[in-house]
Design a protein around this ligand. Structure first.
Ligand SMILES: NC(=O)c1ccc[n+]([C@@H]2O[C@H](COP(=O)([O-])OP(=O)(O)OC[C@H]3O[C@@H](n4cnc5c(N)ncnc54)[C@H](OP(=O)(O)O)[C@@H]3O)[C@@H](O)[C@H]2O)c1
Length: 236
């Protein structure tokens, strides 16, 4: 199978680990995030790691112009099943009244709005192919409330609901939608967050990447709607 795989939030953490893993399977990769240098360096590593081709789309996925650019890059990337891994996200925690409202709304714009924009831009190509895969990197926070995580929980729960409905509407047309709900994962997301769980107790980013690869490679005679992936000690 040949895959044209879009990863949003590819410059770091889970997205980056996923790009490096899928490169080994010769995916044609379309990598999106805001940091150009990190994406360019990753693109070189993916190419030397076996990727069939790599396109870089630098831009904020919550910006209306970015997702159409991603779709253009997919159209230029040859043939093959279109896979979308919605991984872009930011996290900031604390008391809601003490947070800048733009920070809180920004999380929803990127996590939920960005995934909706990318999905909207890529669905036509999937429908034209009669198949496609959308994998949303959600979080345990999509189903469990954590104090101080109002906007993050809202964005993840909203994306979970969006995705379940998307699956209902498009699965008969060959489009699989899977929500992946990882627990705490050792990535730079935690760098600016005080009092985070011990990094040695977290999932490695590679474990989430391996789960995403498993879902992409799943035979077409089955679909997995949701995977909850926790560190061995459970929710941290
Ligand atoms: N780490 C965890 O414990 C954990 C657990 C469950 C779920 N998750 C989810 O996993 C996903 C990846 O997070 P991570 O842990 O790998 O954190 P990370 O290392 O901070 O990666 C976040 C990625 O999102 C990108 N991004 C942020 N805002 C963006 C925007 N507006 N447009 C495009 N890209 C944007 C970042 O790149 P740029 O800064 O270059 O734009 C970066 O590549 C997130 O959705 C997160 O909520 C993480």
């Amino acid at each position: 199978m040949t895959y044209r795989t879009v990863i949003t939030g590819a410059s770091s953490g889970i997205g980056r680990a996923t790009a490096l893993l899928l490169a080994r399977d010769a995916h044609a990769l379309i990598l999106n995030a805001r940091r150009a240098h990190e994406l360019q360096t990753l693109a070189e590593s993916c190419l030397s790691g076996g990727a069939c081709s790599v396109s870089v789309v630098v831009g904020d996925i919550s910006d209306p112009h970015t997702a159409p650019e991603v779709a253009d890059a997919v159209a230029m990337s040859g043939l093959g099943e279109v896979v979308l891994v919605n991984c872009a996200g930011t996290a900031a925690f604390g008391q809601f009244h003490e947070q800048e409202i733009e920070t809180a709304i920004g999380m929803v714009d990127v996590i939920l709005g960005g995934a909706m924009r990318a999905t909207h831009a890529l669905l036509p190509a999937m429908l034209a192919n009669g198949s496609g895969t959308v994998i949303n990197v959600l979080s345990i926070a999509a189903r469990q409330d954590f104090g101080g995580s109002q906007a993050y929980c809202a964005a993840k729960a909203g994306l979970a609901a969006f995705s379940r409905t998307l699956s209902l509407d498009y699965r008969a047309q060959g489009i699989r939608v899977t929500n992946v709900l990882p627990g705490a994962t050792d990535t730079p997301l935690w760098d600016e967050i005080e009092n985070h769980p011990a990094r040695e107790d977290m999932l490695p980013a590679k474990a989430v990447a391996e789960t995403i690869k498993y879902l992409i490679d799943l035979p077409r005679d089955r679909a997995i709607d949701e995977i909850v992936l926790t560190p061995p000690k459970g929710t941290l």
